[in-house]
Design a protein around this ligand. Structure first.
Ligand code: ADP
Ligand code: MG
Length: 724
């Protein structure tokens, strides 16, 4: 049987030998066409043009583009590249590439390696086969990809990959990068303006991001015996193993040697590509691990995370593993997330979320800190929607970190600071109050919480010392989406803050007093979003409802928030996404939801009927054979002797019956859903009419797994998948 062959083969697998090819610092970014490479290989003019494009978004003219392309081509060929591709992130969430050779025939007998400025800067691409939410009709299927100079090209394998945006011929964004770049530009402008209240030398603010990537590694031969894992990325059935994570013996435990070889191999590949991987460790669930890079500029960090996931898949093949990015591959043990560590840093080198030693600077810290909390309060439902997917629902909607309710955790000490600000005596924060506040509250921030170890793991949005950590992002997600939303809402809030403070100043108030006054009002009005308790508890659900916070457990519900008047006004107002783009994205996300649930439903039906039921019948037949034999030997007394077997035979029949009828009912529900006219209705139907059958079918299959002779069971079991 496939399962036993697979189990046998795993016993003989050895860790792949991975050589360390020199010092890691020397490997770093050698396959990236970055500033160092450009300085060496390009003319001064070309170099300056690209640097200006990166810094200020200026256009690069044709002639210079040709020079840049030629330098890039020669460099890429020296690294072994034969092809180039515009590398982009369509709304599937993954990455897309189409390779073109540098090779070009000149005459019948001769050829050259060619790569022009035009080919670098812009390429036409058939947009009709990517999700476009009705923006494109197939008869005018042109879209194009355009070079994003702020993310450097790299050679991966034998291909020069050029990060690009992907837009429709009519100008609408068809990818995750385009709106992210707009949001990053919005936060740059808004945060720079506000930072200049405190330091006139600030002229640019950059968003930084560090993504902690969680994943499972499963032996490939074993995974291949599970059609559900291979097709949907998660197990649709399977009884929990006797041992899961209850002993807490996996987290930060010794890394298994085959896995360690994988990690070392992976890290070297990453370093060559300029991905600054730093941390590796065992996660909580068996066979679950984490990789964290050093944070970097958000656009690049998002690209690098997408690339990382590709590299992880490819390296896994070499090591005979399958890497699972699904948010909930196994019931009963932890799922996987991708914590997004987010911060803002000025071009003068100040992290705006890092408290400093001087009260003056801490007012700056408080300003950004409070404006972020206020933004999250105002738009919590959009943050929730930004991480909504069929696969992440199994995590956010269940009793597991973090909940579907967005709240902000800031720790006891900072709560005290905000409470003190809120509870100042007079109307105005001025005079004695202000001095008191500055000296004893704001001034003490660094001492107060640098020694705090108080960390709340259940919070979806937590302040962790000098950055916020958005933890609800799914392990499979493209971080571009949540980062786009977070930066847009904070930019909006900072703009509003600036307006309010400026108008007070125009009315004659001193700058500092005005800032205190507005912040104080924000602390009061955003209080409902602050929560320090247990995010999993029923009590919090009730409390959150009283506070008016949204609690969307499913994707169709959560996504609705993206097309409210408020959301459209926000994204249009900030110049990030138009109404047409928002509606298109809404449809695309719903369509993806429907397809994901549909595929799971089909696979579950198949496995239940074609694996579980036939196995159950086979075992039942042996039991029947056995009872017949006992009857022959014991005559009428057989009933007594064979009572256990007879009970089992009956139970097996009952489970088979329910499986059959439930699968039938599920198929009917699917048919009804498929006939509904709109994606909104279809998504709701898949969510509320189709998906609820999953648990029931699973329950009966898992019961059968416990009853049936292990020798007959075809599907590799949890204990085998998770402990090999
Ligand atoms: P943990 O949350 O597991 O305790 P760490 O404190 O080590 O993790 O940091 C997690 C991630 O946060 C890392 O990827 C790190 O690079 C990133 N990080 C640290 N400082 C910043 C920052 N200022 N901006 C963005 N990300 C940051
Ligand atoms: Mg973390």
């Amino acid at each position: 049987m496939l399962r036993f062959n697979a189990l046998n083969s795993v016993q003989n697998k050895k860790p792949l030998q991975v050589a360390e090819n020199g010092k890691r610092s020397e490997l770093f970014a050698i396959n990236v066409f970055n500033e160092v490479a450009m300085r060496q290989l390009m003319t001064r003019d070309a170099f300056d043009a690209v640097m200006n494009a990166i810094e200020y978004g200026t256009k690069i003219d044709r002639r210079v583009a040709d020079q840049v392309a030629a330098a890039m081509r020669d460099w890429a060929i020296s690294k072994g590249a034969t092809h180039y591709t515009h590398w982009f992130q369509p709304l599937t969430g993954g990455t897309a590439e189409k390779h073109d050779a540098f090779f070009e025939p000149l005459t019948r007998d001769s050829a050259i390696e060619r790569f022009s400025g035009n080919q670098l800067v812009q390429q036409e691409s058939d947009a009709s086969s990517f999700p476009n939410g009705g923006i494109r009709n197939t008869f005018e299927a042109r879209g194009y990809t355009a070079w994003d100079p702020s993310s450097p090209p790299f050679v991966y394998g034998t291909v020069l990959c050029i990060p690009t945006i992907f837009i429709a011929y009519t100008g609408e964004a068809l990818d995750n990068k385009t709106p992210l770049l707009k949001a990053l530009s919005a936060i740059d402008q808004a945060a720079t303006e506000v930072a200049r209240y405190f330091d006139k030398n600030v002229s640019k603010v950059t968003c930084t991001l560090g993504c902690e990537q969680e994943y499972f590694l499963i032996d490939r031969t074993l995974a291949n015996t599970r059609p559900d894992l291979m097709i949907t990325g998660r197990t649709l059935l399977g009884h929990e193993a006797a041992k899961g994570q209850q002993l807490d013996d996996h987290y930060l435990g010794a890394i298994p040697s085959r896995v360690l070889a994988y990690m070392r191999d992976l890290e070297q590949e990453c370093l060559l590509l300029g991905i600054p991987v730093k941390t590796r460790h065992n996660e909580v669930a068996p066979n679950q691990f984490e990789l964290a890079p050093i944070f970097g500029e958000a656009n690049l960090a998002v690209d690098q995370n997408s690339l990382l996931m590709d590299v992880m898949r490819k390296v896994a093949e070499r090591h005979d593993f399958v890497v699972l990015f699904h948010e909930k591959p196994f019931a009963g043990v932890n799922g996987s997330g991708k914590h997004n560590n987010w911060s803002l840093v000025t071009d003068t080198g100040v992290n705006l979320f890092a408290p400093s030693k001087t009260p003056q600077k801490n007012l700056q810290f408080l300003t950004f800190f409070i404006c972020t909390i206020k933004a999250v309060h105002e738009y919590e439902s959009l943050l929730r929607a930004s991480v909504a997917s069929a696969t992440n629902d199994y995590r956010l909607g269940a009793n597991e970190a973090p909940p579907a309710i967005v709240s902000v955790f800031i720790g006891e000490q900072l709560n005290k600071v905000l409470d003190a600000l809120e509870n100042m005596s007079g109307e105005e924060v001025s005079g004695k109050d202000k001095t008191e506040l500055k000296l004893n509250v704001v001034g003490k921030i660094p001492d107060l919480f640098l020694d705090t170890t108080d960390r709340n793991r259940t919070s979806p949005f937590a302040f962790t010392g000098n950055k916020f950590e958005f933890r609800a992002v799914g392990s499979k997600a493209n971080c571009g989406k949540p980062m786009m939303v977070l930066n847009t809402i904070v930019a909006k809030q900072l703009n509003d803050f600036k307006k309010e403070v400026d108008s007070l100043i125009e009315g004659g108030m001193k700058k500092e007093d005005a800032i205190f006054r507005v912040l104080r009002a924000y602390v009061k009005s955003s209080k409902a979003i602050r929560f320090e308790g247990d995010g999993y508890s029923k009590a919090w659900e009730e409390e959150a409802a009283r506070r008016g916070l949204s609690n969307h457990k499913t994707t169709p519900e959560a996504l609705r928030e993206n097309i409210t008047d408020k959301a459209i006004a926000l994204f249009e107002g900030m110049g990030v996404l138009s109404k047409v783009e928002l509606i298109a994205r809404y449809e695309i996300a719903l369509e993806e939801y429907v397809k994901t649930v549909q595929i799971e439903s089909r696979v579950l039906g198949d496995i239940a009927r074609n694996h579980v039921v036939p196995t159950a019948v086979r075992y039942q037949n042996t039991l029947i054979e056995n009872v017949r034999g006992l009857k022959e030997i014991f005559g009428d007394a057989y009933q007594e002797v064979a009572s256990e077997q007879i009970e089992l035979i009956r139970h097996i029949s009952e489970h088979i019956k329910v499986i059959h009828s439930t699968v039938e009912a599920m198929i009917e529900a699917r048919k009804r859903a498929n006939h509904l006219p709109t994606f909104v209705e279809r998504a709701d139907a898949y969510c509320n009419e189709v998906k609820p059958f999953f648990d029931e079918i699973r329950y009966h299959c898992d019961k059968l797994e416990l009853m049936i002779d292990d020798e007959l069971w075809t599907l590799t079991k949890y204990r085998e998948l998770l402990f090999n």
